[in-house]
Design a protein. Structure first.
Length: 192
């Protein structure tokens, strides 16, 4: 089967609450078999987005924290959701010893992984990569770029975009082309 062209969408949040709300919209459309990689520097908002995703999956808010020390948290809400954090792992051998492959490949749960880009092979070919970045000089603003790299992830991104209220996306290669000059409030288009 041919490779699916990546699909990219960018959003902007202006507070931790907006970041959680964006995540909540993703959680409402997340389905078993979906893989979401949360990427970004320390303090970029990955855990806030993850809390929103969990809320959208109807997981109790007090159950959701960054799993940095436990590595993996299993949540039971609308769907089985596993939240993992690979920050403390040093390589593929560490990852192999966790049983991560079974989680990553399970069609029965959704997997959301922070720091997935730290370990080669941790992100499957069909994944939604969500990159969060703090805007320079604006401590509360986050630029959130979602890239779908497979057909399942494209369907997830389409569902998320519809849940947020974004117009239909067009496939475009991931590039460094600038976003449109005047994006709608709350999101920024890229690749048009």
């Amino acid at each position: 089967m041919g490779q699916v062209e990546p699909l990219t969408e960018s959003f902007v949040t202006r507070s931790a609450g907006e970041t959680r709300a964006l995540g909540e919209a993703l959680g409402r459309v997340l389905a078993p078999g979906d893989f979401v990689a949360l990427l970004g520097d320390l303090g970029a908002g990955k855990t806030e987005l993850a809390r929103g995703v969990a809320k959208g999956c109807r997981v109790a808010a007090d159950e959701v924290a960054s799993p940095t020390f436990a590595l993996v948290h299993h949540h039971h809400g609308r769907i089985p959701l596993v939240h993992a954090d690979l920050f403390r792992l040093t390589g593929e051998d560490d990852l192999y010893g966790t049983g991560y492959d079974e989680l990553r490949d399970s069609p029965e749960l959704a997997l959301m992984v922070e720091w997935a880009d730290r370990i080669p092979g941790a992100i499957p070919a069909d994944a939604l990569r969500v990159q969060l970045a703090q805007a320079e000089g604006e401590p509360d603003r986050r630029e959130v770029t979602a890239t779908a790299t497979g057909s399942g992830a494209r369907r997830l991104l389409d569902r998320w975009r519809a849940e947020v209220g974004a117009p239909p996306a067009r496939a475009a290669p991931v590039s460094s082309r600038p976003a449109s000059a005047s994006p709608p409030a709350g999101r920024r288009r890229r690749g048009r």
